[in-house]
Design a protein around this ligand. Structure first.
Ligand code: AHG
Ligand code: MN
Ligand code: MN
Length: 285
């Protein structure tokens, strides 16, 4: 087994554990905030602990960076892979029984956008699914957990040139004029609103339904957006670009053009089919 395959195997195991915990665990809050100021749920912390314990077993992991840890956790100094992850995305929606997920970005040696070599996310919905993108330039693959406890390959995922869905987040009273105009134009062109509030679920839906747009823009109260570069934005940017789509922060040609200055850095972000991202550039420039 290659080192990357060992990491994917570990992710499959933790996904099964976390999906079990989500079904039965305590939904309450802890008394702590994470580095981005969200009050941690007991489930956020538990998911983080499950993932940390599993990756500690792997010699190929150099360090872990988590949404729920203030600082990086160094493991094996001479190893290659740094894993940046969101242990439970959309965790505040577990109480209303919506689908949530875990996101993993696998970086080689350094936490730079160019060093992201693979991305994986799991989605805990009515079924347990996993999307693995193991190489730049290759299509992401969808896997689904079968009754025998094994993940079975379902299909490769590819975005159409243009989609039909529009998922757009943040408080609308803080949107910029150009964002309001852009989103209105998409709806006028016939796009339908699909937004749950868990980026894993919203991006998964768009990816599986052939395309559209997911955006979390800059707002007057959050000029750098909300979503976190290393463990939310870049893994999905990798998957969307490899699936034939495009990404942007609103000011660049790809989310991979971002410069990283801190672990919990956030950015405005756009992920979609090529048509929607091109249209965004017309309104944003
Ligand atoms: P997390 O649960 O890991 O903190 O992430 C929640 C994120 C993301 O999943 C979602 O797209 C976004 O927050 C929703 O924010 P708004 O409610 O502001 O739209
Ligand atoms: Mn998240
Ligand atoms: Mn989270």
């Amino acid at each position: 087994m290659t080192q990357l395959e060992q990491i994917f195997k570990a992710i499959k195991e933790v996904a099964i554990r976390i999906s079990e915990e989500i079904k039965y665990a305590d939904l309450g809050y802890t008394a702590h905030e994470n580095a981005t100021g969200d009050t941690q749920l007991k489930l956020d912390v538990l998911s983080d602990e499950i993932i940390t314990a599993k990756f500690k077993e792997l010699e190929c992991v150099k360090a872990l960076v988590s949404e729920e840890k203030d600082d990086a956790l160094n493991l094996n100094e001479n190893s290659k892979y740094i894993i940046a992850y969101d242990p439970l995305d959309g965790s505040s929606l577990v109480d209303v029984n919506f689908a949530v997920g875990s996101i993993f970005g696998i970086y080689e040696n350094e936490l730079n956008p160019q060093n992201l070599v693979a991305a994986v996310y799991s989605i805990y919905g009515p079924r347990l699914e996993l999307v693995i993108n193991d190489k730049k330039g290759s299509l992401p693959s969808l896997y689904r957990l079968a009754k025998d406890g094994e993940f079975k390959f379902v299909k490769e995922l590819k975005l159409n040139e243009k989609g039909k869905l529009n998922a757009t987040g943040a408080t609308q009273k803080g949107w910029s004029e150009k964002h309001i105009k852009f989103i209105r134009e998409l709806f006028l062109q016939g796009h339908r609103l699909r937004y749950s509030g868990a980026m894993v679920s919203d991006l998964h839906q768009i990816l599986l339904k052939g395309g559209g747009l997911f955006s979390y823009p800059a707002t007057s109260d959050a000029p750098n957006g909300k979503l976190r570069v290393l463990f939310e934005v870049l893994p999905f940017a990798f998957i969307y670009e490899n699936a034939g789509g495009a990404t942007s922060s609103g000011v660049n040609d790809s989310l991979f053009d971002i410069t990283i200055s801190k672990t919990h850095q956030t950015t405005p972000c756009f992920f979609g089919s090529k048509f929607e991202i091109n249209l965004m550039h017309k309104f944003y420039e």
